[in-house]
Design a protein around this ligand. Structure first.
Ligand code: NAD
Length: 448
């Protein structure tokens, strides 16, 4: 119990997707009374029945643990939420707008409007969603406009850095907490709410709200840049016969550079990095400092070129024409240990292959259902064996351990002339070549 028997702070979490469900469940585990709020009744119903509506290792167990304490509930009812919460965390989506690079802020606006228009008395609204700098100030104004006379609402920002696949651990044991606040009172409330985590020695940075909003996009831009940097080196390696794997290893041993996020391959995707760097560019342009982050356009372009390069390698390996060729696409999720297919490089490659007339069979250990919803025209296999049977070429597109650990011999269903394109640069090239495979990896010279 976080509050040592005193009355527990009542927390609402608005938006119960990857971020919000995890945050709500972890807050209940830490001892708070939590109400999760979402506009999607299906999601709310599943969570209320102890069923996490997406794949996140460890989260179903934590939901069961939280529900056993009786401290967590889920609802679609904003009246209930406004009445219940003292601290309201906003965790709704901020996707890319359909027609521009900017972030679509209608969900955060609607969440704040729905909530603030029903609040009486004191409340702290804490944004966790990733937003363009300046959004919190606009939301504070909106809250002020729509709230009843007797409401005293303050807005703060607490950006979230969790990684899908490690969401529970990252929430309970983050590298740092960032509190963007406009008053000592808001700081005190956040310090109190996060005290079980802060007491473990996690660094806390208290700053103004615009800086807190920026920390998140600046961090994601740095990570995206590091990935595209090594992928740019992979392009150069491909043109020279050099080996980007060795290059990366040598660079990473310099501890000013570091080896993490320096892995060449098919690049980044998902619901965060791509849309965050684009929204950052859009916001910087609005602010008249577009030049400062113009390099992010190049980071994005390098990342997208890895996908077309993968298609080129696959086409080359089957003799120059993809039409009618059977391709086994291993992986659909944007990264392993996730079922998230938002802006997934693997599915983008599958789509490009399909557009060139290939018969693409996708297999992902967890993301087949989401992938099928996004791309119903592709074929889907229930197993690795089912995907590779009679394939003209196998493409490893998401580095699930099931694929990394499969031996070339075990993939013998791939036929008499097995071919592999390793777009994640994780397979043992020599073992595949020794087992009779034609083998190509992004950024590495063709085996002799
Ligand atoms: P998500 O799509 O999984 O979840 C968003 C949820 O918000 C959905 O369940 C949706 O139904 C709900 N929602 C939409 N409008 C609503 C409203 N008006 N009221 C209540 N609920 C509403 O998205 P996500 O991945 O959880 O991301 C949410 C935010 O967190 C984004 O800004 C994202 O950039 C940020 N973020 C995500 C991660 C991550 O790893 N997924 C990490 C850090 C930050």
């Amino acid at each position: 119990d976080a509050t040592g028997g005193a009355e527990r702070t009542r927390i609402t979490v608005v938006g119960t997707g990857y971020l919000g469900a995890t945050h709500a469940i972890c807050m209940a585990i830490l001892g708070y009374d939590v109400l999760g709020v979402d506009v999607d009744p299906g999601k709310v119903d599943r969570l209320a029945h102890g069923d996490v509506p997406f794949f996140e290792p460890g989260l179903p167990e934590k939901l069961a643990e939280a529900q056993a304490t009786g401290r967590i509930r889920f609802t679609t009812d904003f009246d209930e939420a406004a009445d219940f919460g003292e601290v309201h965390f906003i965790c709704v989506g901020t996707p890319q707008k359909p027609d521009s690079y900017a972030a679509d802020l209608r969900y955060v606006q609607s969440a704040v409007r729905e909530l603030a228009s029903r609040i009486h008395g004191d409340a702290l609204i804490v944004g966790k969603s990733t937003v363009p700098v300046g959004t919190a100030a606009d939301l504070a104004e909106l809250a002020d406009e729509v709230s009843p006379e007797d409401a005293r609402i303050e807005v703060a920002w607490n950006p979230e850095f969790l990684r899908e696949g490690f969401a529970v651990d990252d929430t309970l044991h983050p590298d740092r907490l960032v509190f963007g606040v406009a008053s000592e009172r808001a700081e005190a409330t956040l310090r109190d709410v996060f005290s079980p985590i802060v007491d473990e020695g996690v660094p806390v940075l208290v700053t103004d709200i615009p800086t807190a909003e920026l920390v998140k996009v600046a961090a994601n831009s740095f990570l995206a840049t590091k990935i595209s940097y090594i992928n740019a080196m992979a392009e150069v390696c491909e043109a020279t016969g050099a080996d980007v794997d060795s290059l990366s290893a040598a660079l990473g041993l310099d501890d000013r550079i570091g080896s993490r996020f320096l892995k060449p391959g098919l690049g980044f995707g998902g619901g965060c990095l791509p849309k965050d760097i684009r929204a950052f560019r859009a916001r910087a342009e609005e602010l008249g400092v577009g030049d400062a982050v113009a390099f992010l356009a190049e980071v994005d372009a390098i990342n997208i070129r890895r996908r077309t390069r993968t298609v080129d390698l696959i086409r080359e390996l089957v003799g120059g024409d993809l039409s009618g060729k059977r391709v086994a696409a291993l992986g659909a999720a944007f990264k392993p240990n996730s079922d998230d297919v938002r802006d997934a490089p693997a599915l983008d490659v599958a789509r490009l292959l399909y557009l060139e007339g290939a018969h693409v069979t996708v297999y992902d250990p967890e993301a087949n259902a989401n992938a099928h919803r996004a791309y119903p025209d592709l074929d889907y296999a229930e197993s690795l064996d089912g995907a590779v049977v009679d394939a003209d070429v196998v493409a490893l597109l998401t580095e699930w351990s099931e694929f990394r650990e499969a031996s070339p011999e075990a993939l013998e269903q791939a036929g008499a002339h097995p071919r592999m394109v390793d777009a994640r640069d994780v397979l043992d090239q020599e073992a595949y070549v020794a087992a009779g495979w034609e083998f190509r990896a992004l950024g590495r010279p063709a085996p002799q």
